[in-house]
Design a protein around this ligand. Structure first.
Ligand SMILES: Cc1ncc(COP(=O)(O)O)c(C=O)c1O
Length: 446
């Protein structure tokens, strides 16, 4: 039966019990945006309306929705092996997926620790960094450095190194010994740039300032998103990441790239590290690894980090860390099938090939009333809207509601910024359709 002819989904008549995350619950429950089904580039609402997916769900569904190969892999795994213990036992697909991910990662990033969410991956990377210095006899390296406007999930580790005020201010003092680099956005210098802005590489030198304050011997690691996603898409200035790597090297500080969004093709490569030719010491990933189908995440570490732990008696656990559902069989099966789809359909290459068309289409909205800046990178775009007096975030919120209910388009918002990041299977016509709809919505909410 085709999606269009299937009966509509039943709608719950009581929305009270579910506390919807990162959502204004009262407003949502008055006019809920409920999705019943999905296929390829589209969602279908509970009343059967098609909605084109301009955000790959939440930066997850890079292979498009409900792809047959991935669905079949999950179904068949569910009938084969539900769950083996994740500690002291394992299953073959966990090793297979780790090898496949290591092969995609650059240089000697060749060991993978599995988690279930980006937040867990970030916590894991931060803990590995601290423990790594510890096992090498440099336990004084206990400080962690994040960046303003960074998003690293919602665990205490992630909000501590993260730089989003609203995500931090209600939650006490968080981790001790954390400092932040300045963010890299400057509208005067960078507005309406396609790709990496020319201005801003020098902002990496902020790390030298922090080192001068605390001394390198107290600093374990720096964590940054190669492209800050959740605070409104901030592409790295040209040369910035290279400079950050050089300063970390100078001081023996580990560099962690949080690639939860940028991993698995979003920027036209398997990882942003490859796009920029910068080798971090660890990469966190999530979302695209299973194209959003089953929760999975992880940390890829360089050989030297893994090797540093492989000492002491062989019956003793080397890293006291892990999750009940690390490398869950369903997630591994989904991940393997997803990587097959990416490879066979050349979806990372497709994202790279479409980058120019995508950027041109996004920039065609320059000059639309109320548009303050547009940024693009890979298959990502952000559009800053002018804020309503005394109602920061309301214009973008209204635009999201109208896009969904009136134009059959889904995108994400943050503050008064619209963020777009479609599945990598998008066609050129669909790129046109999305930006045409975005333009209409922006004019409507102006
Ligand atoms: C860069 C980055 N790190 C971490 C996370 C947290 O991932 P999760 O929501 O799976 O915990 C996100 C989520 O959007 C992210 O964008």
């Amino acid at each position: 039966m085709s999606l269009a002819t299937r009966p509509v989904a039943s709608v719950p008549n009581d929305l009270a019990a579910f506390w919807v995350p990162f959502t204004p619950n009262r407003a949502f429950k008055k006019a809920p945006r409920l999705i019943a089904r999905a296929k390829d580039m589209h969602y279908y609402t509970v009343d059967g309306k098609a909605v084109i997916d301009g955000s790959a769900g939440m930066w997850c569904c890079n292979a498009g929705h409900n792809r047959a190969r991935i669905v079949e892999a999950i179904q068949s795994q569910a009938g084969e092996l539900d769950y083996p213990p994740a500690f002291q036992f394992s299953h073959p697909k966990a090793f297979e997926l780790a090898s496949r991910i290591a092969a995609l990662a650059p240089a000697d990033l060749d060991h993978v620790f599995f988690c279930n969410s980006g937040s867990e991956a970030v916590d894991t990377a931060l803990k590995v960094a601290l423990a790594y210095h510890n096992v090498r006899g440099e336990a004084s390296r206990a400080r962690l450095i994040g960046r303003e406007r960074g998003y690293h999930g919602v665990g205490f580790g992630g909000i501590s190194v993260g730089g989003i005020v609203a995500n931090r201010k209600m939650f006490g003092t968080m981790l001790a010994g954390v400092d932040h680099l300045s963010h890299t956005y400057n509208r005067e210098q960078q507005a309406f740039t396609k790709g990496e802005p020319e201005w801003g590489a020098h902002l990496a030198d902020d790390l030298d300032r922090i080192v001068a304050l605390h001394d390198a011997s107290t600093i374990a690691a720096v964590i940054v998103e190669p492209m800050a996603g959740s605070t409104g898409v901030l592409p790295p200035p040209k040369g910035y990441l290279q400079r950050l790597r050089a300063i970390c090297d100078k001081h023996g500080i580990l560099l962690i790239f949080d690639e939860v969004i940028t991993g698995f093709g979003r920027l036209g490569c398997a990882f942003a590290a490859e796009r920029y030719g910068v080798i971090p010491d660890m990469i966190t990933f999530a979302k695209g690894v299973t194209s959003g189908t089953v929760p999975m995440a992880g940390v890829i570490v360089r050989k030297g980090i893994y090797d540093a732990f492989m000492r002491g008696p062989e019956h003793v656990i080397e890293l006291f860390h892990g999750y009940t559902y690390s490398a869950h069989p369903l997630a591994c099966a989904a991940g393997l099938a997803t990587l097959d789809v990416y490879r066979d359909e050349k979806l990372f290459e497709r994202a790279a090939a479409l980058e120019g068309k995508w950027a041109d289409a996004a920039m065609s909205l320059k000059g639309t009333p109320g548009v303050l800046d547009i940024r693009t990178l890979g298959l990502v775009a952000a559009i800053d809207l002018s804020s309503r007096p005394d109602a920061y975030g309301k214009r973008a919120y209204d635009s999201m509601e109208k896009a969904f209910h009136e134009h059959g388009l889904m995108f994400r918002i943050t503050g008064d910024t619209i963020a777009l990041s479609p599945p990598l299977i998008i066609t050129e016509d669909q790129i046109g359709e999305i930006f045409d709809k975005v333009g209409k919505v922006i004019r409507q909410v102006n």
